[in-house]
Design a protein around this ligand. Structure first.
Ligand code: ENP
Length: 266
């Protein structure tokens, strides 16, 4: 009856399994957590309720149970480049994006919703954002985003997609609406913005133009020290893995090296 996809099959096993994977393998530094209690808190946020009346605060217990600190300088905010961010962050080894926190790790790529007057999950369909904004998934990410932004400290990075249709800094958007307003001025020393275009994609947005300019001005007005870099090299290298022959991917020294031919033995 809803337009969105239904609950992911095996949701309970996935949530409990991801929780164990996270605390034992991905990031044992968070210490002991009770994964079955975390599942109960997650489920109780939305089961037996009208799937359009779920509020961020319904996930409060879930967030309290999964809560851990985010190491300074490791936060990585983003819009419109989830898979790139997943690779770049490397499960928290390089950066800790929201998907590399315990609460974000549990929800990543999943779908879920309940139904009024029934304890069952709805595996057939779930409401989309356009049907109602207070749906189980969006309210989850609003709560997670708010928590993540409030916890971020030191130098924080923002990876934006300069080829995105709606602009690199979409408004409305989770970053604009739930993260920027919750950044803690006294804990954050600098905001580093990276605007990276798709290798084949158009150059729609860059530092100092269009929506990125709006973001830079907003952050400066809030009192943050802001820097912005277009097509940041480390991220470019990662994108170039899949497009090694594209002109944007030529390494500065590689052309002469190739022309030199094979290394001679004398
Ligand atoms: P999209 O639209 O590119 O990607 C949405 C997909 O990313 C969904 O599969 C969603 O999982 C997953 N996801 C991971 N983290 C978030 C998240 N954090 N979030 C919403 N979805 C998330 O992402 P958005 O909507 O632009 O959100 C990007 C935001 O994440 C940025 O604000 C960034 O700073 C933040 P699922 O469970 O829906 O299948 C917050 C909102 O970290």
């Amino acid at each position: 009856k809803w337009k969105g996809e239904g609950t992911t099959q095996n949701l309970e096993s996935i949530v409990i399994g991801r929780c164990h994977d996270y605390i034992r393998i991905v990031n044992p530094a968070v210490g002991e957590k009770n994964c079955s209690q975390i599942w109960e808190a997650f489920k109780n946020a939305f089961i037996n309720k009208d799937p359009c009346s779920i509020l961020p605060k319904d996930y409060e217990l879930f967030i309290n149970l999964t809560f851990h600190t985010i190491p300074p300088n490791k936060s990585l905010f983003w819009e419109n480049n989830q898979l790139l961010v997943n690779s770049f962050a490397d499960r928290g080894r390089r950066y800790m994006s929201i998907g590399d926190t315990l609460f974000g790790f549990i929800g990543d790529f999943l779908n879920w919703c309940g139904q009024a007057d029934s304890p069952g999950l709805d595996y057939e369909s779930c409401p989309t954002m356009t049907e109602c904004e207070n749906n189980a998934v969006d309210s989850f990410w609003r709560m997670a985003s708010t928590t993540y932004a409030k916890q971020s400290s030191g130098v924080i990075q923002v990876l934006l997609n300069g080829s995105a249709e709606g602009g690199a800094y979409p408004q409305p958007g989770f970053f604009a609406d739930y993260e920027v307003p919750n950044l803690q001025k006294d804990k954050i020393s600098q905001v580093v913005i990276w605007v990276v275009d798709d290798i084949e994609g158009p150059d729609r947005d860059s530092c100092g133009t269009n929506s990125v300019k709006t973001l830079e001005n907003r952050l400066k007005t809030l009192g943050f020290d802001v820097t912005c870099t277009d097509n940041y090299k480390s991220v470019m290298f990662l994108l170039c893995l899949d497009n090694p022959d594209h002109s944007k991917c030529a390494l500065a020294s590689s052309a002469p090296a190739a022309q030199r031919g094979p290394i001679s033995s004398d």
